[in-house]
Design a protein around this ligand. Structure first.
Ligand code: ZN
Length: 150
């Protein structure tokens, strides 16, 4: 566990213990399931998109601290953003966790999500951190199927 210590920063622990937006949305326009078989992370994502804006977003599921906190932070981050913006942030977040160089502007835009930069050192954890984002893309593309992290 010691090599993971640096990952478990305060923000990640907090969001794992008290995940935000952790519920099913009764009214939703988009929904998708995500599964990361390597770790056993599972989540269901719900979105209520009105006029291209993510009016509400939530998730339920069970997984490791990285996947739960990433989903929690993502829902908090994307509420009120447009669908186009969320696609842009997906690209930035993907670059962040896979260790691609990000411009300062893009890094700043990600705000708290930058805590996941540490996962680039741990390839297995990249899938945990990005599961909610892949599920988001499937939900927005209206593919009501299970997102795979492969
Ligand atoms: Zn995991």
């Amino acid at each position: 566990m010691s090599e993971l210590r640096e990952l478990y920063q305060e923000v990640i622990l907090d969001h794992n213990k008290n995940p935000r937006n952790f519920m099913k949305l009764k009214v939703h326009s988009h929904h998708a399931n995500g599964h990361n078989p390597l770790c056993g992370d599972k989540l269901e994502l719900y979105l209520d998109v009105v006029d291209g804006v993510i009016k509400d977003i939530s998730f339920v599921g069970s997984g490791c601290a990285i996947s739960t906190s990433s989903a929690s932070l993502m829902t908090q981050f994307l509420k009120g953003k447009t669908v186009d913006e969320s696609r842009h942030y997906f690209e930035s977040f993907h670059d962040l966790v896979t260790g691609k160089a990000l411009s300062e502007e893009k890094l700043e835009q990600l705000g708290k999500l930058a805590v996941f930069a540490g996962v680039q050192e741990f390839p297995a954890r990249i899938k945990c951190a990005s599961l909610s984002w892949h599920t988001l893309m499937n939900a927005l593309d209206s593919k009501d199927e299970t997102a795979a992290t492969e």
